[in-house]
Design a protein around this ligand. Structure first.
Ligand code: UD1
Length: 422
């Protein structure tokens, strides 16, 4: 089993780092590639991540041709033949995001069977909003033996109000509605940049979606979609992770091709802390002096609030800032597991329901720790860079789901870090 070994203490990150295409954008984009019954779809800027391999296999399992040219970060999909109805359990069970194939398969075939999804263990993560929305579009849903089966004689546009702006449910419903008869209006829709990226691809494929990035989506159904070519948007969470890494090591780092507006909620908190954040022509520069940073209170929320996917990394930053910071996690329950691991390194924190108090500025020592989920794995590596001595981070399968060559990128910025087998 691979481990990351990081020696901390006096690390100061400096230089430039380049960001990949967004994991959370490419997964629904890959699901969308099964919608066109005519022409190939080509995705560029596809990150080389285990979740992408998994989603490629989910799509392949439907009898769709998928090729991944890793040298050029390009995926080509041909879904013009007959699609199978059933997404393979072997891959769906590995990744929660694979539930977003349910809407597209149903829209193409009128019948779909998908296993209840797996994924990170951060709370119960139900899929009721996906299913209620599909029912509103005219699907009959049954759940038997861990499988969800959806059937329809033809999806019909509907007005859907979502109790919570779920990212995955918005994507599933958007994709299903593109091939429904008539108009679908989704209110209280998710507004994440990855929703906008999906709408851009779907509209290139011939759909008619308006309002992406706002809380109301209007989708006028069409008969058929065709293949299209698209560049995956940059990964705001990978960019944010390097922004935090630079901030907590008193670094000076240019995060190339990071998009300012997409990271606005994070930037605002970094600035409140006292980190210098500057927009440059080719990215975002972070300059920081840890000794001068102030504690802050952060609350995770759906976009454009502070992203839950930056919560773990930001708590790592809070540990090096003198004084008491507060992190409130409102999107997922049970997303503070990384704090238990960080305690092994000397973190002083208290958790009361959705709120963690972090007493920053205490001495931190390297330790053997385990990743508990994808973003927690990055957070533990970051804290290893500032703790005295050596930290070893295990369970890297989580890291590989969402970060490409993370240790190499940190090493190029000056971290003393390596990945070993054993
Ligand atoms: C996506 C992201 C994930 C991110 C999350 C929130 C991808 C591949 N993953 O996940 O990295 O952490 O958005 O920004 O894009 N919920 C329900 N019922 C549902 C669906 C969701 O109650 O039917 C709840 C969830 O339990 C959770 C909250 O809504 O508490 C947010 O979930 P959602 O926005 O759906 O996240 P994902 O799409 O799974």
């Amino acid at each position: 089993m691979d481990k990351i070994i990081v020696k901390g203490g006096s690390t100061r990150l400096q230089g430039e780092v380049t960001i990949e295409g967004a994991k959370n954008a490419v997964l629904p984009l890959l699901a969308a590639t099964i919608l066109p019954s005519k022409g190939q779809t080509i995705l560029h800027n596809v990150p080389i991540l285990s979740d992408v391999f998994t989603m490629n296999n989910v799509v392949r399992g439907l009898d769709v041709q998928v090729s991944f040219d890793q040298d050029h970060n390009m995926v080509t999909v041909d879904a013009t033949g007959d699609l199978l109805d059933e997404a393979p359990y072997e891959y769906v069970s590995q990744m929660r995001a694979s539930i977003v194939v349910l809407g597209p398969i149903l829209a193409r075939n009128g019948h779909a069977k998908v296993s209840m999804p797996g994924g990170c263990t951060i709370g119960s993560r139900p899929i009721d909003l996906h299913l209620k929305g599909l029912e509103a579009l005219g699907a009959k849903i049954s759940q038997v033996g861990g499988d969800i089966t959806a059937t329809t004689d033809g999806l019909q546009g509907a007005n859907i109000y979502m109790d919570f702006p779920s990212v995955g449910a918005t994507q599933n419903l958007m994709m299903a509605a593109t091939l429904a008869q008539g108009t679908t209006i989704i209110e209280n829709a998710a507004r994440e940049p990855e929703i906008v990226d999906l709408a851009i691809l779907l509209n290139k494929m011939g759909s008619d979606i308006r309002g992406a990035g706002t809380e109301t989506l209007i989708i006028n159904g069409v008969d058929k979609l065709h293949g299209a070519e698209h560049d995956v948007v940059q990964d705001r969470i990978e960019a944010g992770t390097f922004m935090v890494a630079a901030a907590m090591t008193s670094g000076d780092v240019l995060i190339k091709s990071a998009i300012w507006e997409h990271n606005r909620p994070l930037i605002s908190k970094l600035q409140e802390m006292g980190v210098e954040v500057t927009e440059e022509s080719d990215g975002i520069r972070i300059k920081s002096d840890v000794n001068r940073l102030k504690p802050v209170t952060v609350k995770t929320l759906p976009h454009p609030g502070f992203p839950t996917d930056m919560q773990a990394q930001f708590t790592a930053l809070m540990t090096v800032v003198n004084g008491e910071s507060t992190m409130i996690e409102t999107v997922f329950e049970n997303r503070f597991q990384h704090l238990e691991e960080m305690r092994r390194m000397g973190l002083h924190s208290e958790i009361l329901r959705d709120t963690a108090l972090i007493r920053g500025g205490q001495p931190l020592q390297g330790a053997q720790v385990m990743s508990t989920d994808l973003r927690a794995s990055a957070a533990l590596i970051l804290i290893g860079m500032v703790a005295d001595g050596t930290t070893s981070v295990g369970e890297l399968s989580h890291l590989d789901r969402g970060y490409y060559k993370f240790h190499e990128k940190l090493a190029a910025l000056g971290a003393d870090i390596k990945r070993i087998n054993g």
